[in-house]
Ligand binder design. Structure first.
Ligand code: EAX
Length: 321
């Protein structure tokens, strides 16, 4: 009798754990867990479980294990994956209005970008994801992007001419980098390290947080602190999955995302405070540049962006304090 009872209890326990594993929602990032994005999804998962008292579990996946950012956004849109935390790189392929955020040198610094994204403009932009099948829970942060390459020091824009650089699958970035004379190669992030290692491309551009998390110092010699683009990140959830939640749980998800973004941004600040010194210590040649020269070099492309996005819309972002 006793043995039968134990067997039944074990079966019930394994069924329950199987069920809970099955019911766990999945959230993914394309960079390693030990990163500003890993902090974001780990905090989010912990907060959701705590706020729902264990009713809802969220299982994090790192390093592009569920695919690159574009694939993950697509999976969330289709509903084959509930959530992702992604840079806005590939987002314009799904929500074209988001392209304006990727204009080079649009944001003065992180404080300005955070004020825009956490204010009316950011809220208006989050709403534009809903008709495309997403619930955008909150804006996060990827960081301010800098250029790296294995060929030569980049002190001025003309040093970029002819460099083969991996770019995100982002039409604004591609147009801008061509404006520098860069030979652009759009590529999903999980392929970048190998492409740099094999010399398929000479360089790439990313925030210090990503350069450190991806250990690009192992395959890149030169780092130029161009700060040419502020790269937002965003918590995206499948809209149908969000709509199925109770009103209370909807609130828990949104609050969990806000707490996670605080941790994400704090990690970016920490990475930015020590990243250049750390990468230098690892052997990279780090160059401070005169950003005004890079801004001036993009004048023709910026004239195009003013036409494409409307000077008033760009000025509205620039005017935020
Ligand atoms: O989100 O693709 C990129 O360069 C992104 O910055 C990276 O995946 C981190």
């Amino acid at each position: 009798m006793k043995l039968r009872f134990i067997a039944a209890a074990l079966a019930a326990a394994s069924l329950a754990s199987f069920a809970s594993a099955q019911s766990a929602m999945r959230i993914s990032i394309s960079v390693a867990q030990n990163s500003h994005q890993g902090v974001a999804i780990d905090t989010f998962a912990k907060e959701v479980e705590a706020r729902t008292k264990g009713r809802v579990k969220v299982q994090p996946f790192y390093s592009g294990s569920l695919g690159g950012e574009r694939e993950s956004i697509e999976a969330v849109q289709l509903g084959t994956q509930e959530l992702t935390f992604t840079s806005t790189g590939p987002v314009p392929n799904f929500v074209p209005e988001a392209r304006i955020l990727d204009v080079p040198f649009l944001f003065r610094d992180k404080a300005h970008a955070r004020a825009v994204l956490d204010g009316a403009i950011g809220a208006e932009m989050l709403a534009k994801f809903e008709p495309k099948g997403f619930k955008a829970l909150a804006w996060g942060e990827n960081g301010i992007r800098h250029m790296t390459n294995s060929k030569r020091a980049v002190n001025a824009p003309e040093d970029l001419k002819g460099l083969k650089m991996r770019t995100m699958e982002n039409p604004v970035h591609i147009a801008a980098y061509k404006g520098f004379g860069i030979v652009t190669t759009p590529m999903a992030f999980p392929e970048v390290f190998t492409a740099l290692q094999q010399g398929t491309v000479d360089g790439q551009e990313n925030p210090l947080s990503v350069i450190m998390a991806a250990k690009f110092d192992q395959v890149q010699k030169h780092l130029s602190l161009t700060g040419h683009v502020y790269s937002p990140a965003i918590f995206l959830m499948n809209k149908a999955a969000f709509d199925k939640l109770s009103a209370e749980d909807k609130g828990h998800f949104i609050e969990a995302a806000k707490v996670a973004v605080k941790a994400n941004r704090a990690r970016v600040d920490e990475d930015d405070s020590k990243g250049a010194a750390e990468l230098k210590a690892k052997g990279m040649q780090v160059v401070e540049v005169d950003k005004a020269k890079f801004v001036n070099a993009l004048a023709p492309v910026n004239a195009e962006f003013e036409k494409q996005f409307g000077k008033a819309n760009l000025d509205r972002i620039r005017a935020v304090k």
